[in-house]
Design a protein around this ligand. Structure first.
Ligand code: MRU
Length: 337
C-alpha cells in the first residue's frame, strides 16, 4: 500500500502476463478480491486488511464508525470461506477505530506476520520431506497465495533450497486451474521439477505409489480440525487414505476458526457457472479468448471449496508446530497455547 493505493500482482493474467494492478479505494480492492485478481486465503486476508485501511482513509469524519462498519460488511462478503479475510478485517477495523494511521500500520503488520508464519511453516514442514520425495499438491498455496513462501509450497521451497531433490505432481484444479496456471508458474520460476496432471489422475498416481506425500493449503480450519480447501481436496484426501499416503494440510494459526465447531458449519462460496462452462486463455497468436467447452443449454454448479474431515488428515503444519492426528484438544493446545 502506498498512500491510499493498493498494489497487487494480477493473478488472473498469470502465467501469460506479469502485471501489477493498482486499486484506489476499498470498493476497487473488494472487486479485485471477488474477481480473484488476488486469491488464496492468506493473500485475500492481506488484501482485505489493506481494503479496510483504505476504507478508514476514505471515511467521512462525521460518520466515521458507520462508514467503517459498512466497508467491513462489504469486504467480508467478497470471499466468505477464507478465514484470514475475517481475521484481517477484524484487526484493521479495531485499529481504525483509533486512527487511520494505525489502520494502515496494522494492515502492514498482518502481511509481515504472514511472511514470518510462512517461513516457520516451511522450516517445520521441510522435515517431513525426505530427499527424492515425490509430492502431490492441489490448487495454489504458494507465494501468490500467502506472503512470502506460501503455505503448502513453503516446505517444498525450503526443502529444495536445502538441497533435497523434490518432484511435484500438480493437479490442474479445475475450473480456474490454479494448479496448472499458478503453481506450475511458481515452480517453473523456482527451478523445481514438476509435472501437471489432470484433476482426475491423482488417485491413479497415488494407487501406483508414485506420490509419497500430499501437502495442501486451507481456507478455514474448524475447531475439530475439519478443513475447508479448494474443491477437490476431499477426493485427494480420500484417495490418499485408501493408499496409505500421508496427507498434510499447511496453514497458519490465522486460518483456524476456533469458534466454528466443525466443517459442516463452514460457509462454502458458490461461484459463477461460467467458470465451469467456459475456459479462457491465449490462442497461438497470444489473443486471450473465452471458449465454451460444455454442452450448450446445460447449467453448472460451482462450489469453490469442499470440507475434508479431520480423520483423513495425517497432520496440520502450522507456524507453531506440526499437529499430528489433529483433534479439538491438540489444536487448541497448539493454536491458543
Ligand atoms: O479460490 P482460491 O484460489 O482463493 O482458493 C485457494 C485455496 O483453496 C488454497 O489452497 C488456500 O487458500 C490456501 S493458500 C494460502
Amino acid at each position: 500500500m502506498e498512500g491510499s493505493r493498493v498494489f497487487m500482482i494480477d493473478q488472473n493474467k498469470l502465467p501469460f502476463h506479469f502485471k501489477i494492478a493498482s486499486f484506489d479505494n476499498y470498493l476497487e480492492t473488494c472487486r479485485a478480491i471477488r474477481d480473484m485478481t488476488v486469491r488464496g486465503a492468506g493473500a485475500i486476508g492481506s488484501a482485505a486488511g489493506f481494503a479496510m485501511a483504505q476504507a478508514s482513509l476514505m471515511a467521512n469524519e462525521q460518520h466515521y464508525e458507520h462508514e467503517l462498519e459498512k466497508a467491513r460488511k462489504e469486504i467480508e462478503g467478497t470471499r466468505p470461506t477464507a478465514r484470514n479475510l475475517f481475521y484481517a478485517v477484524e484487526r484493521v477495523f479495531t485499529a481504525a477505530l483509533k486512527s487511520t494511521d494505525q489502520a494502515a500500520e496494522e494492515a502492514l503488520s498482518i502481511a509481515d506476520q504472514d511472511a514470518k508464519d510462512s517461513l516457520a511453516i516451511g522450516q517445520l514442514g521441510m522435515e517431513l520431506i525426505p530427499d527424492r520425495a515425490r509430492i502431490g499438491t492441489h490448487c495454489n498455496a504458494g507465494w501468490l497465495a500467502f506472503t512470502d513462501f506460501g503455505t503448502a509450497l513453503s516446505p517444498i521451497y525450503l526443502a529444495h533450497e536445502a538441497g533435497k531433490k523434490v518432484f511435484v505432481y500438480i493437479d490442474e484444479t479445475r475450473p480456474r486451474s490454479q494448479g496448472a496456471r499458478l503453481t506450475a508458474w511458481e515452480l517453473n520460476n523456482a527451478g523445481i521439477e514438476h509435472v501437471i496432471i489432470p484433476d482426475n489422475a491423482t488417485a491413479h498416481f497415488l494407487s501406483r505409489g508414485d506420490i509419497h506425500l500430499m501437502i495442501v493449503g486451507a481456507d478455514r480450519i474448524a475447531a475439530n480440525g475439519d478443513v475447508a480447501n479448494k474443491i477437490g481436496t476431499l477426493e485427494k484426501a480420500l484417495a490418499a487414505k485408501r493408499y496409505g499416503v500421508p496427507f498434510y494440510v499447511a496453514a497458519p494459526s490465522s486460518t483456524f476458526d476456533l469458534l466454528c465447531e466443525e466443517g459442516t458449519m463452514i460457509d462454502i462460496e458458490l461461484r459463477s457457472e461460467a467458470e465451469v462452462l467456459y475456459v479462457e486463455g491465449p490462442d497461438d497468436q497470444g489473443i486471450v479468448r473465452k471458449i465454451r467447452t460444455a454442452s450448450p443449454g446445460s447449467h453448472a454448479l460451482n462450489p469453490a471449496f469442499d470440507i475434508t474431515p479431520v480423520d483423513l488428515l495425517t497432520g496440520i503444519i502450522t507456524e507453531k508446530g506440526i499437529i499430528e492426528n489433529p483433534s479439538k484438544q491438540s489444536i487448541e493446545e497448539v493454536i491458543s497455547g
